[in-house]
Write a protein that binds this ligand. Sequence first.
Ligand code: KIV
Ligand code: ZN
Length: 386
Amino acid sequence: MTKQKVLIFDTTLRDGEQSPGATMTHAEKLEIAELLDEMGVDIIEAGFPIASEGDFNAVSEISRLAKTSTICGLARANFKDIDRCWDAIKHAKSPRIHTFIGTSPLHRAIPNLNMDEMAERIHDTVTHARNLCDNVQWSPMDATRTEEDYLCRTVEIAIKAGATTINVPDTVGYTAPVESADLIRMLINKVPGADDVIFATHCHNDLGMATANSLAAVEGGARQIECTINGLGERAGNTALEEVVMALKIRGDIMPYETRIDTRKIMHISRRVATVSGFAVQYNKAIVGKNAFAHESGIHQDGMLKNAETFEIMRPEDVGLAGTSLPLGKHSGRAALRAKLAELGYDVADNELKDLFVRFKDLADRKKEVFDDDLLALIQQNDAVE
Ligand code: KIV
Ligand code: ZN
């Protein structure tokens, strides 16, 4: 089956960093950008250059360092923001200006522009950006709560003014999968010039549907997914890069799309982003959580020891983990205990295992997890009793 390409646009350093408390230092941003570049991210949104001197400097330096990724900077819909953005990214091998304005009724009220005035602003700012850079992305912020006719009208203006990517943000995580697919499909079918641009999806996770909405948008025709490592981002976060990339890889049978991401680099960058942002990854987070490839219950451990596919749909090595883990606890069974003992170099006879298992269960009832040292102590006690 031939697979269509889906571009991965990472915004950990822009939308991700906008999470309250997730600010990263200059050196940390460079490190994360380098890892994103190495893992095959197509476009890195490196920051919001007008926001601060620090953001400007980080975006400029990332632009000079990036080897293969396109480097994108964010700009509001005014010439000053766009000029500052261009100054920061112009040294990149492949620069992109991303300019946006809120198009929904609630967002139009903020700059106090009527529909016609906003349409003119979009025309002028996208034209200006395109005169500076031949790669321009335009976003109607809060697209999913914008009137359909007005959304089509503004997208058409942006395309005519020279936008090469149209991003459709679900800014407040309001949409649902069916609607997400329909919205992109509708824009592609209705807006003149839509065939000449790439449509992107940018989802937030307020209702926990960001990954599903992004994948549905791809079904609807989007060919760029905007996401962040660990789903970092405003409020409940953005679509998690590791989730959409692995979903496309594992379920290629029903979603025939491919990305350029080297998935074996996922775990390392996830840990680095958790450390530098100070946002720990929840234990049961898909793909990168501590428990994503861990099994404690006896039935699961026994199944895993016989055939890893019994309870795992992807290989831990494919996301950069050394292997599955079978932590020992009160739900564990004899098979896992025997396997762990063998790993520690003890080949115990059946009667000895029976005895050890009783003592192990007793300990596990008192402790959340039984570690290697606990087991070694149990063995020594057993030897002393004998
Ligand atoms: O969520 C959003 O609408 C954004 C825009 C700036 C694209 O992050
Ligand atoms: Zn966003």
